[in-house]
Design a protein around this ligand. Structure first.
Ligand code: ADP
Length: 486
């Protein structure tokens, strides 16, 4: 079952045991740019999930036995194949979910290759050894043993990058993988399967089951032979997955939504803060990390709002394939209606719509305009619910105490951005913010060796660096008395 997307051939069947396998039924995926149907995709059920988990289970012992050094050449080949197909990946993903082509070509897809390379290298260094307290005369040897079959469930906003962010450490650690991509964005996972074949990975090490979340996804996370579940998506889905995982006591890693504060103190570099604030419309706001609540110190609030409005009006919205486009479309009509629902309810609740709040009259389609609300009533839904669209709020604060209380007044805790020139103040405020990541005078700076994840409803656990291996491995300590081996 092959289709053409953005001029590239894609097999839309599952990928199990290094073979393409179909299903009795299919589902359709569409283009965010044109809303046209791009093709039919195999609609996985329990049957295909069982096949994929069985293939991954069978492949596990040999893959694990290779050790990090033995796996390295396979994974380095995979990283190189990804590098060589960056243009294809970017073109397909942009046609599918509408993300900006230039960013994808120049950064996002390359990061996909780096995700594989980085964790393959890091796996070589995992494990440690040290003497126990001298009196006990023994040595601790800590090993990072692979856990088994991992179920990786990914979202539609950065499909390829987030798939490799999970696949990289899972495979490097010696696990095997069943990946279930989001049904709105199935194509780059299928391309990844082609690349796995090109890189010569043994059959069953990496598998893709396409399908609907409530069907294929639910069957996968409930499977008793799955040893780890890594999920990026929404809170309601995470709760369902947690219930399934509980039946088998399967460890989970969840990266969920956010309603992150973007804080600008009066002493901040005004221009730097402004440029970064406008960046919160990146990917048309479909970024879990976005600082969607702009919190501006009272003394600069009016000037910041006025400048923000002027600059936001100049953000070029349009076809994400054009190099000068800054804001593209939303992913699907279903999602657009959801985003617009939030906007309409915010207006009804009495919030002031400063700009946006509708589909661009010139562009139509899924091109929802960058939107800003001020004068927000206490308890307004728009201040607490994740919209996942180009919709920001702006509030003022007049003291640090008020700032902390506003910033933490959310059920989420994924990220926070803080702009100030005062290092001591930055430290004081950061220490009080509930967030997995606090970016000070910057945004989006991601280091693969750093922990990433959310507090509160934004997630469970951290991935990145050794935290990925902590999750994907069974950690074992072998304690050996010294001088007892001949
Ligand atoms: P969104 O609301 O942003 O689409 P979801 O959390 O529903 O986010 O989807 C994220 C991923 O979770 C997708 O791959 C989707 O198919 C999958 N998914 C949805 N429901 C379930 C479920 N019940 N069990 C497992 N995976 C699911």
């Amino acid at each position: 079952m092959k289709i053409i997307v953005a001029g590239r051939e894609i097999d839309t069947q599952h990928f199990i045991n290094n073979q393409r396998i179909g299903s009795a039924t299919t589902f359709a995926a569409h283009s965010a740019i044109t809303e046209e149907k791009l093709g039919d995709i195999a609609r996985g059920t329990q049957t295909e999930v069982d096949l994929a988990v069985a293939a991954a289970t069978a492949a596990f012992p040999a893959w694990a036995a290779l050790g990090a050094k033995g796996r390295l050449p396979y994974l380095e080949r995979l990283a190189h194949v990804i590098e060589s197909r960056v243009e294809d990946l970017a073109a397909v993903e942009t046609m599918n979910n509408g993300s900006l082509l230039e960013a994808s070509r120049l950064r996002v897809m390359k990061r996909g290759a780096h995700n594989i390379h980085f964790f393959a290298q890091m796996a070589l260094e995992m494990g440690s050894s040290w003497d126990t307290e001298a009196a006990k005369n023994a040595v601790n040897n800590v090993r990072y043993d692979p856990a088994g079959v991992t179920a990786l469930i990914t979202p539609w906003n950065a499909p390829f990058m987030l798939a490799t962010w999970k696949v990289g450490p899972a495979l490097a650690a010696g696990n095997t993988v069943v990946l279930k991509p989001a049904e709105w964005t199935p194509f780059t996972a299928s391309l990844l399967a082609d690349m796995v074949l090109d890189a010569g990975l043994p059959a069953g090490v990496f598998n893709v089951v396409q399908g609907i979340g409530a069907e294929a996804g639910a069957a996968l996370v409930a499977h008793p032979d799955v040893k780890r579940i890594s999920f990026t998506g929404s809170v309601p889905t995470a709760k369902k997955i947690a219930l399934s995982a509980a039946q088998n006591l399967t460890p989970v890693s969840f990266e969920l939504g956010g309603k992150s504060p973007f804080i600008v103190c009066a002493d901040a570099d005004f221009e730097l803060a402004l440029v970064n604030a406008l960046d919160q419309y990146d990917n048309c706001g479909q970024v879990c990390l976005s600082g969607t609540r702009l919190l501006i110190e009272e003394s600069i609030y009016d000037r910041f709002l006025s400048e923000f409005k002027t600059r936001a009006a100049k953000l070029k919205q349009g076809d994400p394939r054009e190099a000068d486009t800054i804001v593209g479309p939303l992913v699907t009509r279903t999602h657009l209606e959801r985003v617009h629902g939030f906007v309409q309810r915010a207006v009804s609740a009495g919030a002031k719509l400063e700009f946006g709040g509708q589909v661009s009259p010139q562009l139509g389609g899924l091109y929802y305009q960058p939107t800003l609300f001020t004068n927000l009533p206490d308890g307004a839904e728009i201040l607490s619910s994740e919209v996942f669209g180009p919709v920001l709020t702006m509030q003022k604060f007049s003291s640090e105490q008020e700032l902390i209380s506003l910033a933490n007044n959310t059920e989420y805790g994924l990220a926070a951005m803080l702009f100030t020139k005062d290092a001591i103040k930055a430290e004081r405020i950061s220490s009080q913010l509930v967030a997995g990541t606090v970016w000070t005078n910057c945004f989006y700076v991601r280091d693969l060796s750093a922990p990433f994840g959310g507090s509160r409803a934004s997630g469970i656990g951290r991935e990145g660096g050794h935290w990925s291996f902590d999750f994907y491995c069974d950690i074992k300590n072998t304690v050996q008395r010294k001088g007892t081996f001949s």
